[in-house]
Design a protein around this ligand. Structure first.
Ligand code: NAP
Length: 263
């Protein structure tokens, strides 16, 4: 199906690994040109090589989005090099799991800076370019902790709820410029990083990797683990003409695992 992405320029934060990488590969497969950032040069190079081998035009930028000054420099570099941005995918995160009594102010602040504030700061800096084009798509990757309790992921929950709220509030402002803003909430998604966690769990317990994977699958009503590609498909939809009249929405890609009823 033609998703009308040929030669569109996409900027993805955290496009070098996991869900961001799957989004980069998926959008590139539909003809988009891909700019993306991350901190590790090794991962940036490895993913850009994969994209180039598939025939995509690619730009990489090394930056830490938890730092406002680095974001300013990053967006200056991106806009100078790629000229304009049709689609922004806010995705980068690093997070830690800990029970409430071990979460310090600094841990909350870091998580807010690296994800919620970075999404807001990057959207703010890219907005003038989209405004002048009178079009644009912004997709914020949130997380199901916005909607369901996750005792070891309270910082994620606070941040992802903020992202869902920012998505709706910002969409209301951006609509006048022909820009849509939507959010995708991944459920527990098996990226390489998550697979390493499963492997560590298996090594540190008497359970086999297969048993751990089966346990995780049981939590998902559709009976399959969620893959990065599943999240990328939802992003592709929001980038496509099919989603032209959809804005301010948060879509869960969770295999039915979120118990909350959202009207
Ligand atoms: N996987 C899941 O189960 C799951 C569930 C719910 C929500 N999500 C959301 O999905 C998004 C992607 O998660 P993921 O699981 O794909 O994560 P991941 O595999 O750990 O990849 C994170 C990406 O962000 C980049 N990144 C991390 N910190 C950064 C920083 N300070 N500055 C710039 N780039 C940074 C990483 O590259 P570097 O480390 O090289 O910087 C990497 O490219 C996140 O918003 C996450 O909250 C994921």
């Amino acid at each position: 199906m033609d998703m009308c992405l040929k030669n569109k320029i996409v900027f993805i934060t955290g496009g070098s690994r996991g869900i961001g990488k799957a989004i980069a590969i998926t959008l590139a497969a539909h003809g988009a040109k891909i700019a993306f950032c991350g901190r590790s040069k090794f991962d940036l190079d490895a993913t850009s090589e994969i994209l180039r081998q598939k025939g995509a035009e690619v730009w990489t930028f090394q930056a830490d989005v938890s730092k406002p000054k680095e974001i300013e420099n990053l967006i200056k570099q991106v806009t100078a090099e790629v000229n304009h941005i049709d689609i922004l995918v806010n995705n980068a995160v690093t997070s830690e799991s800990a029970p409430f009594d071990q979460l310090t102010d600094d841990m909350f602040r870091y998580h807010i800076d690296v994800k919620l504030m970075a999404y807001i700061r990057i959207a703010r800096l890219i907005l003038p370019y989209m405004k002048s084009q009178k079009s644009g798509r912004i997709i914020n990757i949130g997380g199901m902790t916005a909607r369901v309790v996750a005792p070891l992921r309270i910082t994620n929950g606070v941040v992802n709820a903020g992202i869902a709220n920012f998505t709706k509030q910002f969409s209301n402002y951006a609509a006048q410029y022909g820009i849509t803003v939507n959010c995708v909430h991944p459920g527990y998604t098996v990226t390489d990083r998550v697979m390493q966690i499963f492997e560590r769990e298996a090594n540190e317990s008497d359970k086999k990797l297969d048993a751990i994977i089966l346990e995780r699958t049981k939590d998902i009503p559709l009976g399959k683990l969620i893959k990065p590609q599943d999240i990328a498909s939802a992003v592709l939809f929001f980038c496509s003409p099919m989603a032209g009249m959809i804005t301010g929405q948060s879509l869960a890609v969770d295999g039915g695992s979120g118990d909350a009823i959202i009207y």
